[in-house]
Design a binder for this molecule. Structure first.
Ligand code: UD1
Length: 432
């Protein structure tokens, strides 16, 4: 196990290149097993959750060939199992896309119930409702979801909640169904659109992804394709918040500024300057920033996956801020750790009241989940003195080379083995 040690107080400057979107890649990799030929996927992030899913494909008999660090060729013509139930797959959330993909193509799936970050109850009832509307039966037993269908037939599905996972899963299960499927109240996140574009590039007929209604006309088969995944909105947003909390000046390369508009708008409201130019975005936060109110919502609202990073920045801003989490029920667990660094945050239900400005001070803290882990790193970058962030396996689930990218921007930090006191001493001597 590893941990980060960080010496705070250096403004981040320079350029950082943003990788492919993890949450799009999870859907796209699962979708790739539905093709009758080889599929090449580019701009795949090299992060743990993705590698776990790729390993799970191998266990199903899928040929997975790494062309290079970010390009993978997938050939699923010799699939020989419909069961994904390794110890690793049980821990990731994106495994649920194998249910939709296997059901859609083979009418049978046995997949471990999804894990993922512990940020609320995270049921999959809307996924199941969608599969059932298409004619499948679903059953949960022995920790697995079993989905079966004699035949899948298009239907009209109204989602009670705009769920990202359910929207993508229903698209997967219906692309090869007979007739038309209509999904009302779907999620509109950029990665939903990216999965739909990928499926269309394999010959699917999906219209309306990114709008209030998605229409899918079933096709007979899906063919091979070469496809490049969109940049990761949340990785980009995390670096934007890192620039803000360190009063830095950074340029993000390889982003889609449109996907970042809501984050840019909040940063500007806080007093940061944002400049957009083609596929890059400059974030400058020279002066003191002011507190703002934030409420998370499905896209195009403020992303829940940016909530911990934003709350952390707000702890250092002047005035009182209120952050309301309306997507997940318990996503403020990291606040206790932030308090140990000097933040003044009160939680009432799904609302955090943040009293700023507070000068954060270094401490040993533990990442409770992926995005909150990243938030604690941001806190460490701004804090006076040394911060140790433990349990960084969570961060590595979704951020590629996180510490390297931060260090290229001037962050003073290192990745060391957990409990290696000598390495901590050495880092402190070097950075004193
Ligand atoms: C995905 C993302 C996650 C992000 C979230 C919201 C992946 C692997 N994960 O998670 O990073 O935070 O979208 O943008 O892509 N819900 C139900 N029933 C369901 C499905 C969802 O009640 O069947 C509820 C959830 O508990 C939650 C809300 O709907 O309160 C949104 O969840 P959803 O959009 O499905 O998130 P995930 O797909 O789990």
């Amino acid at each position: 196990m590893s941990q980060y040690i960080i010496k705070g107080g250096t403004p981040l400057t320079g350029e950082v290149s943003i990788g492919g979107a993890k949450n799009a890649a999870l859907g796209i990799i699962a979708a790739a097993i539905m093709a009758d030929d080889s599929v090449t996927i580019e701009n795949i992030p090299d992060v743990r959750d993705i590698n776990v899913l790729l390993d799970a494909l191998t266990e199903l008999g899928v040929r997975v060939q790494r062309i290079n660090r970010h390009t993978v060729k997938i050939n699923a013509t010799k699939i020989n199992s419909f069961r994904a139930d390794s110890e690793a797959i049980r821990k990731i959330r994106g495994s649920y896309y194998l249910i939709g993909a296997l059901l859609g193509k083979y009418h049978h799936a046995e997949v471990a119930l999804p894990g993922g970050c512990s940020i609320g109850s995270r049921p999959i009832d809307q996924h199941e409702k969608g599969f059932q509307a298409l004619g499948a039966t679903t059953e949960k037993k022995h920790g697995l979801v079993f989905a079966d269908a004699e035949k899948l037939t298009g239907n009209h599905i109204y989602l009670d909640i705009s769920s990202v996972g359910a929207t993508i899963n229903i698209m997967l299960a219906s692309v090869l169904a007979t007739g038309q499927t209509v999904i009302e109240n779907p999620a509109k996140e950029p990665h939903v659109v990216d999965v739909a574009s990928f499926l269309n590039s394999m010959g699917a007929n999906i219209k309306g992804a990114g709008t209030d209604v998605i229409r899918i006309k079933g096709v007979e088969k899906l063919h091979g394709t070469t496809y490049s995944i969109i940049p990761d909105q949340i990785e980009a947003g995390t670096f934007m918040m890192a620039a803000a909390i360190t009063h830095g000046d950074i340029v993000l390369k390889n982003v889609i500024p449109k996907h970042l508009e809501v984050i840019s708008a909040k940063l500007m409201e806080m007093g940061a300057e944002i400049e957009e130019s083609g596929d890059s975005l400059r974030v400058r936060a020279g002066k003191e920033l002011s507190g703002v109110n934030v409420k998370t919502f499905p896209y195009p609202g403020f992303p829940t996956d940016m909530q911990p990073q934003t709350t952390t920045v707000l702890a250092t801003c002047t005035g009182t801020s209120v952050v309301t989490e309306s997507v997940f029920e318990s996503r403020f667990k990291y606040v206790d750790e932030l308090s140990r660094m000097g933040a003044e945050i009160m939680i009432e239900g799904n609302t955090a009241v943040i009293k700023g400005p507070k000068s954060l001070t270094g401490a040993t803290v533990s990442a409770p989940d992926l995005r909150a882990g990243a938030a604690l790193v941001l806190a460490g970058l701004a804090a006076e003195g040394y911060t140790v962030v433990e349990q960084i396996e969570y961060i590595e689930r979704g951020y590629e080379d996180f510490e390297k990218k931060m260090m290229e921007l001037g962050a003073v930090m290192a990745k060391i083995e957990q409990g290696n006191e000598r390495a901590i001493k050495k880092f402190k001597l070097k950075t004193a």
